[in-house]
Design a protein around this ligand. Sequence first.
Ligand SMILES: Cc1cc2nc3c(=O)[nH]c(=O)nc-3n(C[C@H](O)[C@H](O)[C@H](O)COP(=O)(O)OP(=O)(O)OC[C@H]3O[C@@H](n4cnc5c(N)ncnc54)[C@H](O)[C@@H]3O)c2cc1C
Length: 590
Amino acid sequence: MPSYTAPVRDYQFLIDHYMGLERYAEVEGFSEARDMAPALLDASAQFTQEVLHPLNAVGDKQGLKYDNGRVTTPEGFKEAYKQYVEGGWPTLTWPTEFGGQGMPEFLNMPMLEMVCSANLSFGLTPGLTHGAVHALLVHGSDELKQKFLPNMISGAWSGVMCLTEPVAGTDLGLMTTRAEPQADGGYTITGNKIFISAGEQDQTENIIHLVLARLPDAPKGSKGISLFLVPKFLVGDDGSLGERNAFQCAGLEHKMGIHASPTCVMNYDGATGYLVGAPHRGLPAMFTMMNTARLYVGMQGLGVAEAAQQNAIAYAQERLQGRALSGAKFPDKPADPITVHPDVRRMIYIMKAFTEGARGLVMDTALHIDLAHRHPDALVREAADDYVQLVTPIVKSFLTDGGFETASTAMQCFGGYGYIEEYGASQYLRDARIAMIYEGTNGVQAMDLVGRKLPHDTGRYLSRFFHPVDQFIAENKADAAMAEFNKPLKQHVKYLQQATMWIGAMGMVDPNHAGAGAVEYQRMFALVLLAYIWARQAKLALQLREEDPAFYDAKLATARFYFTKILPQTTGLLASITAGAAPVMAEGGF
Ligand SMILES: Cc1cc2nc3c(=O)[nH]c(=O)nc-3n(C[C@H](O)[C@H](O)[C@H](O)COP(=O)(O)OP(=O)(O)OC[C@H]3O[C@@H](n4cnc5c(N)ncnc54)[C@H](O)[C@@H]3O)c2cc1C
């Protein structure tokens, strides 16, 4: 049975020191958020450790029941969701006018990670509701907002996102679901959607479907898609629940992982719907909420990685096999713990370098989302939004790739005991895999990075990363203690600039050059971004060491591992990127 301890200490370090929140005292909500953080971290840890984590293996083993359109979630899930709602957890960041608490996004990140670590399947339903609330807040009419948002924000009702159809996955322009205007100003929705997470479940009184569909006069392709709100139960003007709407869950998919999250086939049969935003502008409406949605999916990778890593380290510290290469470390025991072996230590440091670096990245990203919404200075808002645009595909892809890789490394630490079901390592591996696929596959994220984000306004987004990192390098040039981090950072930033220029120039000659190296470029960018994050954490560790030597020495050891053992991978990626399109576009290889 796996265990889970929430990483409260690391989050407190990030909030107190790493994020530099003291620079933003004037930003609304920031100082309250800092004051609330310790109590909130403890409460999040308690709820996720005690309520959600024990249900994780139950959900994996029991799975879901489907009976004639109804879905029953595993034992304990409904009650846990009720507790989640009663605790006010879904309301934290939403506007007070609709019943939210108006807190900044960065304060939501620790709970989000903890939920994903403790029980990823459970986390999907509130995660999707978050996306649906966001889309409605930005694009819904006042009437729709008043009628639906308070119950969705409280968690009494859930929200789901219905994009995918059998023939329309990445290419949503191929979708065929139809919307017919009605005399009363509403619409009827007819069509089939597949893979709809939480499209049907038994945890909430109502389920609000946000469905992409085509109006009769819609142009072909992605420019002809509109967004509709389609509630499971129609809602009266007084907010009361009325008739069941004309759609049904026709079945559940059987999946590799996230067994407690219903992945539904949905049939809409003339269902009543309401237009959200302008006609034919459904895709842009969905994309406005993509930044937070992709950050949230990235958190799924981090959350699973943290849980898998914790269990692997605990196991490795207990498991006795072989002797240290330099001679027995525990001669009184039948063998040494496997943590004496360089390869096991290598695996543990790889996992820690990923999870703690990734945590810095999500907190940076959430902070920039908050600054983009709340900072009083328009120029700061713009710069922060540019940064978010740039790093969003990197966060989504690097954290979800890393989630799966870490779960696999954790399994390797367990040896054969990782592959059997008893220790839970296999569930983490199975659960983590999907996050690399949904919310835009990681290959599609890479195309977004090289195709849209790099060229935007002749590199304006890029400057939001390169300028601060150059400034950091210059500021720390004379600091001898920082040299071991600062010098390689400078070198690898140069390699990244080289790769960026190559992609930019050669992509204009032939777009396949950019496409062929996009995934490698995305990873290279992530590795250099993480080097910047680790250099900042190392600097703080050097400054604050006396306050908590064990915590900061561990940070320094992990930072040193990152700079010497992981960051050098960028040179191989650079070579692969600049090999260009020819090797992958070669005809006759398959
Ligand atoms: C468990 C689960 C839950 C899901 N939840 C939801 C949900 O709640 N709502 C919803 O609407 N959908 C949901 N999905 C669907 C998911 O978002 C899609 O599976 C995903 O978008 C990919 O679409 P596809 O499966 O059709 O793959 P395809 O689009 O067919 O892609 C196949 C491969 O081709 C690549 N590819 C395709 N086009 C391009 C391109 N232009 N450039 C480069 N590479 C390309 C992809 O990267 C991928 O590797 C879910 C799926 C699963 C499995």
